[in-house]
Structure formats: structure tokens, C-alpha cells
Design a protein around this ligand. Structure first.
Ligand code: ADP
Ligand code: ASP
Ligand code: MG
Length: 412
């Protein structure tokens, strides 16, 4: 029988009533003849609560125990969903990551799925099970410890299952009815997209649009999984939601497809380092070894053999970066005057594959921000995106102004 993957996010399983509503959606697909893999998140707020408990007990926690605790929210919803389906006379069974097994590497708290052998689940489908309810967000390491896939990781579980079981489609049920031109919570004029190209979705996700975890889009693109994002609160039809698909399957699109933002950014500047070959290598090797994910980088023009080096990284990695740099200074590897950390910045980005063939997008973006009196601190570009770092208090203003100026509320 054809296989369908249906993923329900935290708000879609937040109460027993919502679990029943989701189960009803599943029953419709079962009735159509699909064997269904349901991927569930923890009830909304649960994962945050578990993370809070871990960090309260142990601020510098052992990541293996973090995963043991934080993965547990999904197990509750998986069991409850299986029971709900059974009450509806649908043969269903819950599966934790290790039971499938979802094999990952050992990078606790941000593990990557390496393989999902489908034999166990396939055998149960052959015996008459119609729904496998799998705990999202978790797997098992080669050392047989429980791992988690990073926040939002259930999306990735869903796509990985769709690829492994050659599902017809992967449906992501969430609290919005699709992918919008920007976060609908920030811009009331945000427009729902009927389709979006994998590459654009990948950029939007990695630049802050948390509607899909970045890695899930990467996998969908690699394995050509048709991915649909839709609301669990509305009556679905075949056209519902947004289809994330190959560029060739989209007839027309705007030059800019969407605006993304991330409030969780910090800007750090190492003041007065020696301007000599190897200095960037030394600084960024130190940061990388300390586990700091550096995003943007700017090196100022040197004066009298000294220069400033600026980078951005997630706010919660500032302390780690400061320690790495002061250790490097103490051991004499680098010499600098001071390290300035600005935690009140945010990144705003415009994304669109149309930028490959259209010029002037960057110039227009800078004009729009300047007209709003917003100062740009750092700029980076790639083939299909332009990102700027600005003061955090201007995020909403910047997003709305860019959304208006690029006419994202209208189709081209
Ligand atoms: P779930 O719990 O179902 O995984 P998430 O909270 O992770 O849901 O993701 C859905 C949220 O993503 C929406 O409520 C919305 O605020 C946010 N979001 C950010 N950018 C976008 C976008 N471009 N389109 C749709 N939703 C977006
Ligand atoms: N429950 C996890 C989280 O909140 C995983 C997910 O929902 O995707 O990040
Ligand atoms: Mg999510």
C-alpha cells in the first residue's frame, strides 16, 4: 500500500482534544488506503519545560542526559496518539526512535539522522498495522544512547521517514495554513504561498523562518520528497497549504520570495588584532573549536598593522566565544585590545531565486532600510539572499517595510 507521512507539531497535539482532531485527520488518509507514519512532537510548551529543568539543575549539562530528558515529551504524545487511534478501531502502534531504529550520529542535542532501516515498520504494516506513530525529534547513537535532533527536529524526522519508506508525500501539520512570504505573526500583510522552491525554503528556514527545520528541507531536496505544510485546524483539501517542491514545478514567482528574520543574533568585535597572514584562521579556528557557529564576518581596513575583526553568532554562544578568545589571548596565540559583544542585534534577510537573474535587489533593500532610518551594521549576500544585521528593536519595522517595498503581498 502507498505510504503517507503526517507530522503534527506541538500546538497540533497540545491537548487530548487536539490529539483526537489530529487522529481524525489520520483516519481520513487510512480510509483512502494509505499506510500512515504519524510523527508527533511533544505537547506545546513541554520541550521548553524539560529544557528549563535540565538547565536549572545543571547549567553546563551533560548533553547525553539533556537528550534523555528532553526527548521524553514526544514519547507521551506518541503513546496517546496510538491509544486515540486504537479507540477509533484503527490498528496503530507507537514507536520510540530506538525501536525503529532511527540511527543518528553521536552529536547529542543536534544529532543527524544517518539511516532509518524500514524493515521493522514495514513488517508490521505487512501484518496489518495501519499507523505507526513515531516519536519525532529523537534517535539512537552508535553507542546506543538516546539523541535529539535540535529544536524543531520533528520536521526532520518526518522527512527522513518519508525518504526511507518512499512515501508519496510528507505532510507537516502546524498552526499556520502554509508557508508565508514572512512570519504572519509579524506582518499582517504576509501572503500564503501556493508553492515554494526547496532552495528558497532552505534559505528562509536557515535564516530564521522556523516553520520548518532547515535540515528537513535539506533532506526533502536531496531525496525529492514532496513536502506540504498545512494547518491542523482547518478542514483540509487537496489544494490546502503550501507545497515545497523543485524550482521547475513553479510556473511564476516574484524576484523576492520572502523575508526572514532572526532575533537571536549577537555581533562581536575583536578590537585591534595584528593584520598578518593567518590571523583570521587563528581566530575562527578557536571559535569553531569552542562550538561557536559564526555566521557573518567582516574585517575592517587595517591601520598601522592593526585591524578589527567582526562576526555574528547566536546570542547564547557569546559566553563561549568570549572564553575562547580570552584563552587564546592568555596563551599568546592572538593579541587584541578588547572584545566587544553587542547582544541587541537581529538579522533580516530577503530571499528569492529570481535574484540570480535580477540586479538591484540589494540596492533597493538598503534604500528601504535607510528611508526608515535603520542603520545597517553588517551585510552578507549569496546568490539568492541578502542579509543585514540591524538593531533588534527595528526588526518588525524592517520586515514590514521590506515586505511592502518588494510587493510581497501581491503575486507577480
Ligand atoms: P510546530 O510546533 O507545528 O512545529 P512551529 O512553531 O515550529 O510549529 O512553526 C510554525 C510557526 O512558524 C508559525 O506559527 C509562524 O509564526 C512561524 N513562521 C515563521 N516564518 C514563517 C513563514 N514564512 N511562514 C509561515 N510561518 C512562519
Ligand atoms: N519538541 C521539539 C521542539 O520543541 C521538536 C519539535 O517539536 O519539532 O523543538
Ligand atoms: Mg516546528
Amino acid at each position: 500500500m502507498p505510504v503517507l507521512v503526517m507530522k503534527f507539531g506541538g500546538t497540533s497535539v497540545a491537548t487530548l482534544d487536539r490529539i483526537r482532531r489530529a487522529a481524525k485527520r489520520v483516519s481520513v488518509e487510512v480510509a483512502k488506503g494509505y499506510d500512515v507514519i504519524v510523527i508527533v512532537s511533544a505537547m506545546s510548551g513541554k520541550t521548553n519545560e524539560l529544557v528549563g529543568w535540565v538547565t536549572e539543575i545543571s547549567p553546563m549539562y551533560d548533553a547525553r542526559e539533556y537528550d534523555a530528558v528532553v526527548s521524553s515529551g514526544e514519547n507521551i504524545t506518541a503513546g496517546l496518539m496510538a491509544l486515540t487511534l486504537q479507540e477509533m478501531e484503527i490498528p496503530a502502534r507507537s514507536w520510540q526512535g530506538w525501536q525503529v531504529p532511527v540511527l543518528t550520529n553521536s552529536a547529542h542535542s543536534s544529532a543527524r539522522i544517518e539511516e532509518i532501516p524500514s524493515v521493522n515498520i514495514a513488517a508490521k504494516f505487512a501484518e496489518g498495522m495501519r499507523v505507526a506513530v513515531v516519536s519525532g525529534f529523537q534517535g539512537v547513537s552508535p553507542e546506543k544512547r538516546i539523541t535529539t535532533l535540535g529544536r524543531g527536529g520533528s520536521d526532520t524526522t518526518a522527512v527522513a521517514f518519508a525518504a526511507a519508506l518512499k512515501a508519496e508525500r510528507c505532510d507537516i501539520y502546524t498552526d499556520v495554513d502554509g508557508v508565508y512570504t514572512t512570519d504572519p505573526r509579524v506582518s499582517p500583510k504576509a501572503r500564503k504561498l501556493e508553492k515554494i522552491a526547496y532552495e528558497e525554503m532552505l534559505e528562509l528556514a536557515s535564516l530564521g523562518a522556523k516553520v520548518l527545520q532547515t535540515r528537513s528541507v535539506e533532506l526533502a531536496m536531496r531525496f525529492n520528497v514532496p513536502l506540504r505544510v498545512l494547518s491542523s485546524f482547518e478542514e483540509p483539501n487537496d489544494q490546502a497549504g503550501t507545497l515545497v517542491c523543485a524550482e521547475e514545478d513553479i510556473m511564476e514567482s516574484n524576484v523576492v520570495a520572502g523575508v526572514a528574520f532572526s532575533r537571536d543574533e549577537a555581533k562581536m568585535t575583536l578590537v585591534s588584532v595584528a593584520d598578518r597572514p593567518g590571523i583570521a584562521a587563528t581566530i575562527f579556528t578557536g571559535l569553531s573549536e569552542a562550538g561557536v557557529n559564526v555566521d557573518m564576518i567582516v574585517q575592517n581596513i587595517a591601520e598601522e598593522g592593526r585591524t578589527d575583526m567582526t562576526w555574528s553568532c547566536p546570542t547564547d554562544q557569546v559566553t563561549r566565544a568570549e572564553k575562547a578568545m580570552s584563552d587564546a589571548k592568555d596563551s599568546g596565540v592572538i593579541n587584541y585590545h578588547e572584545l566587544i559583544a553587542d547582544k541587541d542585534v537581529a538579522k533580516v534577510s530577503v530571499v528569492g531565486i529570481g535574484m540570480r537573474s535580477h540586479t538591484g535587489v540589494a540596492a533597493k533593500m538598503f534604500r528601504v532600510l535607510s528611508a526608515e532610518g535603520i542603520n545597517i551594521r553588517v551585510i552578507t549576500t549569496s546568490e539568492i539572499k541578502i542579509s543585514v544585521l540591524i538593531d533588534r528593536k527595528y526588526v518588525e519595522l524592517a520586515v514590514q517595510a521590506l515586505h511592502d517595498s518588494f510587493d510581497l503581498d501581491k503575486t507577480s
